[in-house]
Design a protein around this ligand. Sequence first.
Ligand SMILES: Cc1ncc(COP(=O)(O)O)c(C=O)c1O
Ligand SMILES: *[C@@H]1O[C@H](CO)[C@@H](O)[C@H](O)[C@H]1NC(C)=O
Ligand SMILES: *[C@@H]1O[C@H](CO)[C@@H](O)[C@H](O)[C@H]1NC(C)=O
Ligand SMILES: *[C@@H]1O[C@H](CO)[C@@H](O)[C@H](O)[C@H]1NC(C)=O
Length: 414
Amino acid sequence: GEPAMSVFGEVPQAPPVAVFKLTADFREDSHPVKVNLGVGAYRTDDCQPWVLPVVKKVEHLIVQDDGLNHEYLPILGLPEFRSAASKVALGDDSTAIKENRVGAVQALGGTGALRIGADFLRRWYNGVNNTATPVYVSAPTWENHNGVFTDAGFKDIRSYHYWDAANRGLDYAGLLHDLENAPEHSIFVLHACAHNPTGTDPTQEEWKAIAEVMKRRKLFPFFDSAYQGFASGDLDRDAWAIRYFVSEGFELFVAQSFSKNFGLYNERVGNLTVIARDGDNLSRTLSQMEKIVRTTWSNPPSQGARIVSKTLNSPELFAEWKENVKTMADRVLLMRDQLKTKLVGLGTPGTWDHITQQIGMFSFTGLNSKQVEYLIKEKHVYLMASGRINMCGLTSKNMDYVAQSIHEAVTNVQ
Ligand SMILES: Cc1ncc(COP(=O)(O)O)c(C=O)c1O
Ligand SMILES: *[C@@H]1O[C@H](CO)[C@@H](O)[C@H](O)[C@H]1NC(C)=O
Ligand SMILES: *[C@@H]1O[C@H](CO)[C@@H](O)[C@H](O)[C@H]1NC(C)=O
Ligand SMILES: *[C@@H]1O[C@H](CO)[C@@H](O)[C@H](O)[C@H]1NC(C)=O
């Protein structure tokens, strides 16, 4: 008879994810001099991925440990991982931890932590199965925030003012205005540090004011902490905002990623920390999280969590890790400094102070989409259409070429 039609005939082609598409285009480019400033991962000065020395060491320890096996982990994850992760986020002396109102769910990367948190909030926050609660994300933000909360069922995703393009800094007044005017109980996704993509964070004084409004307006903070250590090179300093909110008595979530600060991108190591008012409310919350995890991935993977927990739970390895994080952060700082100096030296029109004022892995250059297109087409320098560049894509070898290319783009294209 007739061959049956495919049941997938009506499926439309989904657009590619911008950052992966950019890397695919870069790979296909056969030009001998090409630079990829698009990827969201650390690179050495030889443009190579970096396996942290401490990670290599711990991987050897794991291989040699005959006591380990590949049994299922508990649904909420490796216990020693879950407890060590909160310690990194909240500090050793956290009263919330001592009061037993801090819990955690091991998740598949920061993305998994965001998703499990979003699924839980949609089911149980401020009314059962409530899809109408407004969820606010910064303008701009990591492009996945919107999709994660939409797929969790939220119907009212809004953006709050964050980036002031004219002044290349934080739109603090706009941010406060949006906080003041958000409906009570709205959820706010806050970047804990090293904001992606702008590299611009509130100051400590500004965070204090943000917390004051959020408490008064009963807004729920959902911190996304994907770059702890990358902002300042110091883990504690980068966790300041989270710890301040916890000390102010907020109930909140923190989606923690160890992808960047451990260089464990493909191991999918994340942690969703939950801070509740008391242990009773925490344990019921975790019991529902367990149900969500069970139908989502059932049990988390162990390798990355073992590497992180072994490192965090040993004082020597922990110290070594902090050094490794600092190595990465310092290289980023050096590249910022050199790029700014080169552009100023070339007399490139505009001001370039924001390159060194911004922090973390990324810089929002202020280049417009036409200039970006010129850089990709004419100079084989790949960057996101928003003008975001990964500072680790820069090396001592390609610095002159990239600075000269940006200079030409700014001079030739308005
Ligand atoms: C702001 C932000 N949040 C979360 C993530 C997710 O990280 P992971 O790879 O651990 O899922 C990223 C990764 O790029 C990010 O930039
Ligand atoms: C995960 O979060 C929990 C709760 O904050 C914390 O106790 C634990 O240490 C965290 N795990 C890691 C590896 O950061
Ligand atoms: C929430 O939604 C789920 C799935 O649709 C449904 O099974 C459950 O009964 C709902 N709960 C309430 C209280 O409406
Ligand atoms: C925690 O939850 C219980 C319900 O079991 C409630 O009675 C209690 O007041 C809650 N604690 C706080 C501080 O709200």
